[in-house]
Design a protein around this ligand. Structure first.
Ligand code: PBG
Length: 333
């Protein structure tokens, strides 16, 4: 039973807010460096650091620079880094064969990071969009994004990433049946301990705009992703997707985007009590940075407040482009 609040002045709720010490004692939620996953963009070349124009401060890095970023993350105490490849347009095809090449950019980066910084968890992205001439997350036939054929391709991609040494696989494609198919294939191949963080409740959102610039998918995409990503108007459907993915073998689940979907995070945590993550996506980062660059918002303060909001909403962790900056402020656990 919730205690009733005695009337004023017996209760003065400002009493516990009076000093920093009292506020610390009554703080309900904590944010720590162990809650952060840092998404980074990887490209070909050597010693290349190239800023993504719509994401100030966010870089595309050549593999050697990605390894340096992983070292920086480990030094800061960030537990995981998540890789997104910027694929050369000449490698994009209708059947997306580059997606499961053992030597694609993503798999080479996994191996390089795991060799240099074995303690950091490497998370991947499983979807065909970086490799697809159509820019879609799935294979397109006669204008339709075909589900089952895409799942076969995604399974090959998952196995190649597992072979390369990934710790956390991140299927972000929103096809039906992919988690079960991947889990079965991973078990059969002896990859019994690899974790899957499913992008289970991923919405068809306009907040992904800057990311598509970062991975070079904006120009390629024909149409939209509404036949596979969720309708922003829906909430019950998110619970069905999460439950389905858990039943199929997901170890962790994700809600994406983050800030406009905190209600979904809360419902998921309350309903399933499983490891739950949110992705503070590129457009969320871009809007906070743009306002900060104009002097309209205090960057550090809105960064920390936005990250805390995910914890308050029930998330166990956050994928955020702010990870290194936030980690530096938070200090090691
Ligand atoms: C690809 C993928 C996307 C993001 C992560 N994986 C883009 C999309 O679905 O179009 C978005 C991340 C971000 O905006 O920061 N399937």
């Amino acid at each position: 039973m919730r205690p009733t609040v005695a009337p004023f002045p017996t209760t003065r709720l400002r009493r516990t807010r009076r000093t920093a010490a009292l506020r610390a004692l009554t703080r309900e939620t904590t944010l720590s460096v162990g809650d952060l996953i840092w998404p980074i963009f990887v490209r070909d070349g050597e010693n290349v650091l190239e800023e993504v124009p719509s994401m100030p401060g966010v870089m595309r890095r050549s593999i050697d620079r990605a390894v340096a970023a992983a070292e920086e993350a480990a030094d800061l105490g960030i537990p995981a880094i998540c890789l997104f490849p910027y694929t050369d347009p000449s490698l994009k095809t209708e059947l997306c064969e580059e997606a499961w090449s053992p030597d694609n950019l993503s798999n080479r980066t996994i191996r390089a990071i795991k060799a240099a910084v074995p303690e950091i968890a490497v998370m991947t992205d499983i979807a065909l969009d970086p490799y697809n001439a159509n820019g879609h997350d799935g294979i397109v036939r006669d204008g339709i994004i075909v589900n089952d054929e895409t799942v076969e391709a995604l399974v090959k991609m998952a196995l190649a990433q597992a072979e390369a040494g990934a710790d956390i696989l991140g299927p972000s494609d929103m096809m039906d049946g992919r988690i079960g198919a991947m889990r079965k294939a991973l078990e059969a191949a002896g990859h019994c301990d690899i974790t899957i963080m499913s992008y289970s409740a991923k919405y068809a959102s306009a907040f992904y705009g800057p990311f598509r610039d970062a991975v070079g998918a904006s120009g390629a995409l024909k149409g939209d992703k509404k036949t596979y990503q969720m309708d922003p108007a829906n909430s019950d459907e998110a619970l069905r997707l999460i439950e389905r993915d858990l039943m199929e073998g997901a170890d962790m689940v994700m809600v994406k985007p983050g800030m406009p979907y905190l209600d979904i995070c809360r419902r998921v945590k309350d309903a399933f009590a499983v490891p739950t993550y949110a992705y503070q996506v590129s457009g969320e980062y871009a809007m906070l940075m743009a306002a900060a660059q104009n002097g309209w918002l205090d960057r550090e303060k809105v960064m920390m407040e936005s990250l805390m909001s995910f914890k308050r909403a029930g998330c166990d962790g956050i994928l955020t482009y702010f990870a290194p900056e936030a980690a530096a402020l938070l200090g090691r656990d």
